[in-house]
Design a protein around this ligand. Structure first.
Ligand code: ZN
Length: 96
């Protein structure tokens, strides 16, 4: 009698663990889809910054939008990062 209870508990534990694993995998797939949708095709523009100053993405790989500030062209991975830059450009601009 006791043995069958342990067996049922064991099966339940395995089921819970495998369900958790599936959930994590699904989340990973959704995240990469979101990243692709957010970035899409990159622009072919020369920018002064190697990395998006807002989020740190490489502009060489993820350039989607640009802004001019004090004669320099800054690149961003999306328009949200550009908007953030425009709120306080002095904070993010490259100092000389
Ligand atoms: Zn960004």
């Amino acid at each position: 009698m006791m043995k069958s209870i342990y067996l049922i508990a064991g099966i339940l534990a395995i089921t819970v663990i495998s369900c958790k694993k599936e959930n994590i995998e699904v989340k990973k797939v959704d995240h990469s889809k979101m990243m692709n949708a957010a970035h899409g095709e990159k622009l072919n523009v020369k920018v002064v910054n190697a990395e998006d100053p807002i989020c740190g993405m490489k502009t060489a790989e993820y350039l989607k939008d640009t802004a001019n500030y004090k004669g320099k062209t800054y690149g961003f991975c999306n328009s949200m990062c550009k908007d953030e830059f425009k709120k306080d450009p002095e904070k993010y601009a490259i100092k000389e």
